[in-house]
Design a protein around this ligand. Structure first.
Ligand SMILES: [Zn+2]
Length: 187
């Protein structure tokens, strides 16, 4: 006895042509036996939003709590070595190169330790804290006028524009500053 293999009919209706113009995205995907991943992702994001609130906002709350928990080791200008102080004391003069200390900046502080960057984990060299109106610079930068000036001007650009790192607006400000400094140097 032999069993004939079932003969597959090679012709079939195209599942996409049937109901052409009337099929919805989900129906087309269903006929193709595919999962609608975009929809699944959207639904699960909506579900997460309902359960826990905005996850992006949660991250920023976590970030600011973490930032507030970090304790800087501030060094008073009096406690700096005379070489460090001679560099530190030029901060306003440096800011003058690009139009002066922005009004929002109340104070320049020096810290022994710096908070690691929230996203990259690398230690920052300088920081603009808009809440207290303070620029914080890492003490080790006071070993070099150019390192100190570079980071200070970077923070001045943050303070002046209000923009964060890796933004077109901050880059524009830094570009203008470089132009101003070059012009001063060359005349
Ligand atoms: Zn920055």
């Amino acid at each position: 006895m032999s069993v004939q293999p079932p003969v597959l009919d090679d012709t079939m209706e195209c599942p996409l042509c049937v109901g052409k113009g009337q099929l919805r995205r989900t129906e087309v995907l269903e006929r193709l036996g595919m999962k609608d991943f975009a929809r699944v992702a959207q639904l699960s994001a909506e579900e997460a939003f309902r359960r826990e609130g905005n996850p992006v906002r949660d991250l920023s709350v976590y970030q600011s709590e973490w930032e507030q928990s970090f304790e800087f080791k501030f060094v008073k200008p009096d406690s700096l070595s005379s070489n460090e102080r001679s560099i530190y004391e030029r901060w306003k003069e440096i800011a003058e190169l690009v139009g002066g200390v922005p009004k929002r900046v109340q104070e320049l502080k020096v810290s022994e330790t710096m908070r690691p960057d929230f996203l990259t984990g690398s230690e920052t060299q300088g920081l603009w804290d808009p809440t207290s109106g303070t620029i914080i610079i890492k003490r080790s930068l006071l070993g070099s006028l150019s390192h100190f000036a570079g980071t200070l001007l970077h923070e001045v650009a943050h303070a002046r524009t209000g923009y964060g790192d890796v933004s077109r607006e901050l880059e524009n400000e830094l570009t203008q500053m470089l132009g101003t400094v070059a012009e001063l140097h060359l005349v």
